[in-house]
Design a protein around this ligand. Structure first.
Ligand code: ASP
Length: 452
C-alpha cells in the first residue's frame, strides 16, 4: 500500500464543520497515514487566526495587561469546536490547562515565550482532530514532535530542521496507528520548543513526507489549484495543473504565497511530488508540483511580482579594472546585516537590489557612507519603490521570442522597464519596474501568455 502525507492549512480547520471535511478527506483514502495540521484559521474575512490570537495572548502576558481576556477568546474558539464535534469535555480541559500553564512560563526571553504559546494552535488542532477521528471509530493517535524526533535549530520563530531529524522521524512510516501531527514547530536539542517562520506547517508536512519516503505530499488549502497570476490582481487567471519544483520556487520568490517557500526543499531533495488540493472541493484536479512536467506546451507557467524592492546604484569610471570591487561592495551590505537579491551590472556600474522593508533609512545612511568612503564611486544613489516582476517557465529556454513578447506587452501597456535579468537557468525572466506599475504589468503579462 502506498503512503501519503497530507497537510491541512488553517482555513481547512477553521471551524467544526471544516474539521468534519478534513476527517472525510482523510478517511476516504487509507493511504493517508500521516496528517499534519495548522492552527484554526479565519472563518471569514474579518475573523482572526488562532495563531494571531495566541501571539496577542503572549504579548499581553508579557506586558501585564489584557492576558485574561485574550486567553478567554482562545478558549471560546476551541470550546465551540469541541462542543460542535461532540468531543469529551476532557479535551477542552486539557486545552485550557495548557493555555494557562504556558502563559505562566518564563517571560524573560520574549521570543522563546512567544514561540511556546503560538505553537499551541497546532497542538490543539492535532489533538482535537485525532480525538474526533477516534470518536468516529478510527485508529488515530496524536504524535508530539518531541517524541517523534523533529529536531530544529535553536532559533525562535525562524527555526530550521536539523539533518538528523529525518532518520528519527522515519519509523513513523511503520507505526501501527494512523497519525495526526501538529505543524509549525519542533524542539531544539536543548529541549526548547521552537517554531518555524509563519506559515511553517507546510515545512513540517514536507519534512515528514521526505522522512517517511511518502509517495506524495498532499497540501490541502482553500483554492482549487495554483493560478498563473494573483487572482486579486488578474480577473479569472489561468489555472496551473502541473509545474516543476524550480518553477514553483521562482514564483514563490516573486510573490506567490500558495506554499511556504522553504517547504519545497525537503520534498525536492527526496523527489516527492507535492499535490496542492482544495479541502472545500476535494474533487478538483489541484496542482501537481514535481521534478518534470508532462505538459510542455506552455512555455510560461506563471507571472508574479512584488513591490518591496529598492536598488543602490553606483558607477565609477574603469570599475571593471578594479579587482575586488564587487566583493568589497557586497561586504559592506553583509556587514549591515542585509542580504542582497540581485546585482545587475555594466562595465562601469553596478546596482545592488535589496528588499526595501529591510533597508531602513538608518541602514541606508550607514551603508552609503561606507560605500562613499571605501569605494569612492563617481555616482551613488538609492532608488526606492521598485517592483520586480517575473515570468517563469521551464519551457522558455526552448522557445525563441519569449522576451520579445513580454517586453512588447509591457510597452503596450505603458510600463517602463528599468532592468531586465535572465538567470543562467533560463527558466525565468525578471523585469525591474516602478512599484506603481506592478498590477498593470502583471495583467499585461498574464494576458499575453495565457489569453492567446
Ligand atoms: N499557524 C501558523 C501561522 O499562521 C503556521 C501555519 O499555519 O502554517 O503562521
Amino acid at each position: 500500500m502506498g503512503l501519503k502525507v497530507c497537510k491541512f492549512g488553517g482555513t481547512s480547520l477553521a471551524s467544526a464543520g471544516q474539521f468534519r471535511k478534513v476527517a472525510d478527506i482523510v478517511l476516504s483514502d487509507a493511504e493517508r497515514k500521516i496528517v499534519v495540521v495548522s492552527a484554526p484559521g479565519k472563518r471569514s474575512k474579518s475573523d482572526t487566526k488562532v495563531t494571531d490570537m495566541l501571539i496577542a495572548y503572549a504579548e499581553a502576558a508579557i506586558s501585564g495587561t489584557g492576558a485574561e481576556e485574550a486567553r478567554r477568546a482562545i478558549e471560546d474558539r476551541f470550546a465551540d469546536i469541541v462542543r460542535e464535534l461532540d468531543l469529551p469535555e476532557d479535551e477542552l480541559n486539557t486545552i485550557i490547562a495548557l493555555l494557562r500553564s504556558r502563559g505562566e512560563g518564563n517571560r524573560n526571553d520574549r521570543a522563546r515565550f512567544i514561540d511556546s504559546i503560538k505553537a499551541l494552535g497546532e497542538e490543539f488542532s492535532a489533538r482535537l482532530l485525532a480525538a474526533y477521528l477516534r470518536k468516529e471509530g478510527h485508529d488515530f493517535i496524536y504524535v508530539d514532535p518531541k517524541d517523534a524526533g523533529l529536531i530544529l535549530s535553536d532559533e525562535p520563530g525562524n527555526a530550521q530542521v536539523l539533518a538528523e531529524s529525518y532518520e528519527l522521524l522515519k519509523p513513523l512510516a511503520d507505526s501501527p496507528h494512523r497519525i495526526v501531527f501538529p505543524g509549525f514547530y519542533g524542539y531544539a536539542k536543548n529541549g526548547n520548543l521552537v517554531a518555524f517562520p509563519r506559515g511553517g506547517s507546510d515545512i513540517t508536512g514536507a519534512i515528514l513526507a521526505a522522512a517517511v519516503g511518502a509517495d506524495v505530499y498532499e497540501n490541502f488549502t482553500d483554492v482549487d489549484n495554483v493560478f498563473a497570476a494573483d487572482p486579486r490582481v488578474v480577473e479569472r487567471p489561468a489555472a496551473i495543473h502541473e509545474m516543476t519544483y524550480a518553477e514553483m520556487r521562482e514564483l514563490s520568490y516573486a510573490g506567490f504565497s500558495v506554499l511556504h517557500d522553504e517547504a519545497l526543499q525537503p520534498a525536492f531533495n527526496a523527489k516527492i511530488p507535492v499535490h496542492i488540493r482544495n479541502t472545500n472541493n476535494p474533487d478538483s484536479r489541484g496542482t501537481l508540483i514535481s521534478l518534470e512536467r508532462h505538459n510542455q506546451e506552455m512555455p510560461v507557467v506563471g507571472v508574479a511580482g512584488s513591490a518591496d524592492f529598492c536598488t543602490i546604484f553606483l558607477s565609477k569610471y574603469l570599475m571593471n579594472r578594479e579587482k575586488g570591487f564587487g566583493r568589497r561592495l557586497l561586504q559592506i551590505i553583509e556587514d549591515a546585516g542585509l542580504s542582497y537579491e540581485h546585482t545587475p551590472s555594466g562595465i562601469d556600474h553596478i546596482s545592488v537590489i535589496l528588499k526595501e522593508s529591510a533597508f531602513t533609512p538608518e541602514a541606508e545612511d550607514r551603508v552609503l557612507k561606507r560605500i562613499r568612503d571605501e569605494l569612492q564611486p563617481d555616482k551613488l544613489f538609492v532608488r526606492r519603490g521598485i517592483a520586480l516582476i517575473m515570468i517563469v517557465g521551464d519551457g522558455m529556454s526552448q522557445q525563441i521570442g519569449i522576451a520579445k513578447r513580454a517586453t512588447a506587452a509591457l510597452a503596450d501597456s505603458g510600463v517602463n522597464l528599468e532592468m531586465i535579468n535572465q538567470g543562467a537557468s533560463e527558466n525565468s525572466i525578471m523585469f525591474g519596474i516602478r512599484g506603481t506599475d506592478l498590477n498593470k504589468a502583471i495583467v499585461a503579462l498574464h494576458n499575453e501568455f495565457f489569453q492567446s
